[in-house]
Design a protein around this ligand. Structure first.
Ligand code: SF4
Ligand code: SF4
Length: 305
């Protein structure tokens, strides 16, 4: 079995939907697009996006000696959506229902890297899950994990977009895979459904207008102009994914650690009277804890439920 075959077999055993390879090289097509996006301030309050411009575009500057970028996808689509029909309860984006994906997936990446090392000897490399300057969607598209949809998320034919992306950047040469075809066609459902007009053109999101950014990243008060549209989202936003026809094919994940926490049974009063203690019990292991109680409380109180 070749190193690539072993890698893909082990990735499948660990539950990844896809595991594909790109050559570690400068992302020449993405450079002007990233520059433009930053120039217009579409990164909103994520000032960290301005840092490490070179490393973001060239994995060899991030991991010296890098030869291959391995892109992986891991399903997070839940068994059941946590919602109520009249939108009188705060909503949490599906990706944050269970335990923090950074932790769950990183453990799997380390296991994958260990298997490769056992087979191929010493390998230098690093594991990434949405945690460093890596253009994860570009790498995933380049290697054919899926295509970047008009909502700027990665989509897979027959599977949709409710999955996390992760990368291994290593100094081992592996045969590269080819780019996936775009299957958005003439559809514009995500652009039409976005309640704040954040998808300003296909694949370009103005974070200043995006509910996900406003509820998770933004410090200070929520912008008055958008408060009505933000409701009922208290953490993130799934609208441009929920309307995507490809997501009709989403299947529930099999990851026990992604099961929703005790907040799934909370009443309106539980949300309104959230305390440090109840927040800790419900979200201490979740990605919501990264945003913290203060910002979650701000979202709940500033949006009128
Ligand atoms: S996450 Fe929500 S606000 Fe952001 S682009 Fe998608 S639909 Fe619009
Ligand atoms: S809703 Fe339509 S345009 Fe938007 S990502 Fe899905 S297929 Fe593409």
């Amino acid at each position: 079995m070749t190193a690539k075959e072993l890698l893909q077999k082990e990735a499948e055993r660990l539950g990844f939907l896809s595991c594909r390879i790109s050559k570690a090289e400068f992302l020449k097509d993405e450079a002007p697009r990233l520059e433009e996006w930053l120039k217009y301030g579409y990164h909103g309050s994520m000032s960290y996006m301005e840092n490490h411009f070179d490393k973001r575009l060239d994995p060899r500057k991030l991991v010296p000696g890098a030869r291959s970028v391995i892109s992986l996808a891991y399903n997070y689509y839940p068994e059941k959506e946590i919602t109520n029909t009249d939108n009188s309860l705060p909503k949490i984006a599906k990706y944050a229902y269970g335990e923090d994906y950074h932790v769950v997936i990183k453990e799997k990446l380390f296991e994958l890297l260990d298997t490769l090392r056992l087979n191929s000897g010493h390998i230098d490399g690093r594991c990434f899950v949405d945690s460093a300057p890596v253009m994860e969607r570009s790498w995933a598209e380049k290697s054919g994990v899926g295509w970047i949809g008009k909502n700027s998320l990665l989509l897979r034919k027959g599977e949709g977009s409710f999955f996390f992306l992760a990368e291994l950047i290593i100094d081992l040469d592996l045969p590269e895979d080819s780019i996936a075809q775009d299957h958005c066609g003439s559809c514009t459902k995500c652009i039409d459904a976005c309640p704040t007009g954040a998808i300003i053109q296909p694949e370009v999101i103005d974070s200043n207008r995006c509910i996900s950014h406003m509820t998770i990243e933004l410090h200070g008060a929520l912008p008055n102009d958008f408060k009505e549209s933000i409701s009922p989202w208290a953490f993130g936003c799934d609208i441009c994914q929920d309307v995507c026809p490809w997501n009709r094919h989403s299947k529930p994940n099999k990851e026990s650690r992604f099961k929703p926490g005790p907040w799934k049974d909370w009443t309106k009063v539980d949300w309104q009277e959230i305390t440090e203690e109840t927040f800790g019990r419900a979200f201490s292991k979740s990605a919501v804890s990264r945003t913290g109680l203060d910002r979650l409380k701000r979202n709940i109180t500033e949006i009128d439920f």
